[in-house]
Write a protein that binds this ligand. Structure first.
Ligand SMILES: C[S@@+](CC[C@H](N)C(=O)[O-])C[C@H]1O[C@@H](n2cnc3c(N)ncnc32)[C@H](O)[C@@H]1O
Length: 235
């Protein structure tokens, strides 16, 4: 992916350097020089998040009070957009975000996503605990390595999910996050009829999703962005 305007650099608490960059729709993202990888599409971070996760995921789900799981919580942009959509539609939403390397609030502020106080509430919420952020949006951030063999969702603690936002770094950069076993883990953690959306429409990812039992659709990508994205449904 090509880099847009570089604005500033911020190392996080464990020393990973990230640069704030402006994408084609004017919204910002983070670039990780060590991986040569962005957190969002350089063709439009906000446009991508809204299309793939909100429009094709949250809005598409018929579940009145959806349970959402995000793999790769990152900047919290998907969580914030989901909160806005949940409040607008008055759908009680539970949102579980898995993240290995939480970002400091100072980095989030530099992205200038919104001045809405809910964005700060999302980031100041404690890890592991469930926090009611707004009347229709409850958040549980979990700091964990989703690729670890020891990771699992205890069904007594985590009832099945209705929507999964799969937003890991690209398969070329982090192949372990796109492994068949991880998609099997997601499949068993989802309700019948639940959906998973991802920006990556590569044939290998589509076939892996199909091999674990999902029915996979190729959908149009975000305006000005990728040609296709994937949505997988659990039959
Ligand atoms: C493409 S970025 C996610 C973008 C994010 N959804 C957002 O809107 O900012 C991928 C995220 O996955 C996280 N990640 C990488 N390896 C992980 C792992 N093994 N387990 C959980 N999260 C991981 C990264 O730290 C990063 O935040």
């Amino acid at each position: 992916m090509q880099r847009e305007n570089q604005r500033s650099q911020t190392p996080d608490t464990i020393g990973i350097e990230r640069c704030v960059e402006v994408t084609a729709d004017g919204s910002a993202t983070l670039f990780v020089p060590a991986m040569n990888e962005h957190y969002h599409s350089v063709k439009g971070a906000l446009t991508e998040a809204q299309h793939i996760f909100i429009n094709m995921g949250f809005q598409h789900s018929p579940v009145a009070s959806p349970r959402i799981l995000e793999i790769g919580f990152g900047t919290g942009l998907n969580a914030f957009l989901t909160l806005m959509a949940a409040e607008q539609s008055m759908r009680k939403t539970y949102y579980c975000g898995i993240e290995l390397h939480p970002l400091p609030w100072e980095t989030i502020q530099q992205l200038q996503y919104s001045t809405n106080p809910s964005l700060h509430s999302i980031h100041s919420a404690g890890w592991e605990e469930e926090v009611q952020i707004t009347p229709h949006f409850a958040l549980q951030k979990i700091q964990a390595d989703f690729a670890s063999n020891s990771f699992s969702f205890n069904p007594l603690i985590y009832p099945p999910f209705d929507v999964v936002y799969f937003d890991a770094f690209a398969p070329e950069k982090q192949p372990e996050m796109w492994d068949t076993q991880l998609f099997e883990r997601l499949y068993v953690s989802m309700n019948k009829g639940a959906i998973l959306t991802t920006y990556c429409a590569k044939g290998i990812v589509r076939r892996t999703l199909q091999s674990v039992g999902f029915v996979v659709e190729r959908l149009s990508g975000p305006p000005g962005g990728k040609r296709e994205i994937l949505r997988a449904s659990k039959p």
